[in-house]
Write a protein that binds this ligand. Structure first.
Ligand code: DX5
Ligand code: ZN
Length: 227
């Protein structure tokens, strides 16, 4: 099933609840929360208190993308705040298997994200543990960047591995996924589509709802064309 994980990074933070509701009305099914620490990535965004504030205002699952150093130190806090999925960067986890176990122990679905320069092969041993793999299609740190086509081969490779290994993890893609790029990522095999600037529109709620609806229509058409 194709899902839109809308990234609230691009939303109007002063009206976060309304923004989330609008993206949900447009068909968005996952709230993607971009957590940045100013160390792993140059930008700083938000942390567990914001996740906690969002938790009661939507029934949608919260997908926390941790762009932070030492994620082990914060997993409990994000789990207690209400995260449904926690995605850690391969590049910061010296003991990735242990980090994934820790996420699982907190009752949260574990996921790993790989930067554009990180090969899919670095995940082979942990694929059976994962709810999803997130393939970055920009270098993390900012919304509104241009889609990097190198992500397409990585998505296709993951889809092949999933088949060969008899697994059922999902494939998520993040960065520059918009109305003009979404068909290609779906054709490659992604089914959790993160989009920020393609969905939110400076607080214009009707437009946000319409953007989400149109985005999903394009994604689903690409999925059907493939069958
Ligand atoms: C980038 C974040 C993305 C970002 C996507 O570091 O991980 O989730 O918000 O934004 P767009 O869709 O604008 O590329
Ligand atoms: Zn993200």
């Amino acid at each position: 099933m194709i899902e839109l994980a809308f990234s609230i990074l691009a939303s109007d933070f002063a009206h976060l609840a309304d923004e989330i509701a609008a993206a949900e009305r447009g068909g968005g099914t996952i709230v993607h929360v971009d957590v940045m620490d100013g160390h792993f990535v140059p930008n700083i965004t938000f942390g567990p208190p914001v996740v906690k504030a969002i938790r009661p205002i939507t029934k949608l699952p919260l997908d926390c993308h941790l762009m932070i150093e030492n994620p082990d130190d914060y997993i409990q806090a994000f789990a207690e705040a209400g995260a449904d999925m926690i995605c850690v960067h391969q590049e910061v986890c010296r003991h990735l298997h242990r980090t994934l176990q820790l996420i699982e122990q907190h009752g949260v679905k574990p996921a790993v994200v790989i930067n554009p320069a990180t090969p899919v092969e670095t995940l082979i041993e942990v694929l059976p543990m994962l709810h999803h793999v997130l393939v970055m299609s920009v270098n993390p740190g900012f919304g509104g960047q241009k889609f990097l086509p190198l992500a397409l081969d990585k998505i296709a490779h993951l889809a092949e591995l999933r088949e060969e290994m008899g697994l059922n993890f999902r494939i998520e893609v993040d960065g520059g996924v918009a109305h003009d790029t979404v068909a290609r990522v779906v054709e490659a095999g992604a089914d959790m589509l993160v989009a920020g600037s393609a969905i939110f529109s400076s607080g214009d709620l009707a437009r946000t709802e319409g953007n989400a609806r149109e985005f999903l229509a394009l994604a689903r058409a690409a999925a059907v064309a493939q069958d």
